[in-house]
Design a protein around this ligand. Structure first.
Ligand code: SAM
Ligand code: SF4
Length: 331
């Protein structure tokens, strides 16, 4: 079992399979995009799979496939299938912006290997507001909304992730909440973390959103029935089939129960979202390290996971200090 020096069990791995993306969300990338990692510095799916197998032997039980946008990388459906077949892995999920989701589902269904859960990012239902945030003329909400019933029909857990930004998409909070009224999905509000390009935008505190929802719909009742390995806290609203989640990364902090490690597309195992402590696994792979040596190095570095993240509105991690911004780390 992987443990850190504070006694936390690390059983959840987020794997960013690419730093590339087909959107340019304002809080994640500059308008011109970021410089992509050259292909030869991004791990192959074989290498990712080998690391995941070794980590499953060390106690990783859940894997989230993320990016950049994971669905822009060819072969991701087979990769997800291979992950679901790894001994020890109990759950594989995906995080996506949804633009290529329909085509991915066709491919994954044909392979008979769908992920247990899919998180879809959706910051606005209004097409103009969506365009403003994603800086893309593709109509993201139209790509996503027709797929919700298809996903639920396949017993896939659906979570919608919305990042409210002050003076930007605040008007979208209620319409996005309403998606959980008649569908058994979780709508989650994530506090904007001042990392990289997000440092220029202001978060809307989760407490403020909760107050707005209570004023509109009635009391939020704590709910423990949503499966997941993350820091979200879930509630029910009166008459709602689905749930509402809050990831109050800044206002409440969630580090005490953090169980996660992150593997970047370049093969760097990150211990925490907010700093560069970690292990260059690509270097070990390329030096010909054995499975046993890799397992030993992972166990040693995992013990050094920091107790708390250092993100706050007063301490902003600037892009220049953080070459692997959110699109490189995978959220
Ligand atoms: N492209 C995929 C997507 O958008 O879902 C996966 C990668 S994206 C980096 C993963 C999640 O991180 C998304 O839900 C996105 O909204 C969130 N995210 C990106 N930058 C963020 C920030 N600064 N603060 C909070 N969440 C952020
Ligand atoms: Fe791409 Fe996701 Fe970042 Fe948006 S949040 S630019 S979709 S990686």
């Amino acid at each position: 079992m992987l443990k850190d020096s504070f006694g936390r069990t690390l059983d959840y791995l987020r794997v960013s399979v690419t730093d590339r993306c087909n959107l340019r969300c304002v809080y994640c990338m500059p308008p011109e995009g970021v410089e992509w990692k050259p292909h030869n510095t991004v791990l192959s799916f074989e290498d990712f799979l080998r690391i995941c197998r070794i980590m499953a032997e060390l106690g990783i039980r859940k894997i989230k496939v993320t990016g950049g946008e994971p669905l822009v990388r060819r072969g991701v459906a087979s990769f997800i299938k291979n992950l679901t077949e790894l001994p020890g892995i109990e759950k594989v999920t995906l995080t996506t912006n949804g633009l290529l989701l329909s085509a991915y589902l066709d491919e994954a269904e044909a392979m008979g290997a769908l992920p247990a859960g899919i998180n879809i990012s959706l910051d606005a239902l209004n097409p103009e507001q969506s365009k403003q945030i994603t800086r893309n003329d593709n109509t993201v909400p139209q790509a996503i909304l027709p797929l919700l019933d298809r996903l639920l029909g396949k017993n896939i857990t659906v979570k919608i992730n919305c990042v409210p930004i002050r003076n930007s998409n605040e008007e979208e909070i209620l319409p996005i909440t309403a998606l959980a009224k008649d569908k058994n999905i979780a709508v989650r509000f994530i506090e904007l973390m001042p990392l990289g390009f997000a440092a220029a935008s202001k978060p809307v505190p989760g407490g403020e959103i909760a107050a707005l929802l209570e004023k509109t719909y009635g009391a939020l009742t704590p709910y423990s029935g949503v499966s997941g390995s993350g820091p979200a806290v879930y509630y029910k609203l009166p008459g709602f089939e689905g749930t509402i989640g809050f990831i109050n990364a800044i206002s409440s902090g969630f580090c005490e129960t953090c169980n996660r490690l992150r593997l970047t597309s370049g093969g760097f195992l990150k211990l925490c979202l907010s700093d560069d402590l970690g292990l260059d696994l690509k270097e070990l792979l390329r030096a010909g390290a054995s499975d046993k040596e890799i397992a030993h190095a992972i166990t040693e570095i995992a013990a050094k996971k920091p107790r708390y993240h250092n993100l706050s509105e007063v301490y902003c991690v600037r892009p220049s200090e953080h070459p692997d911004g959110m699109s490189g780390i995978g959220g």
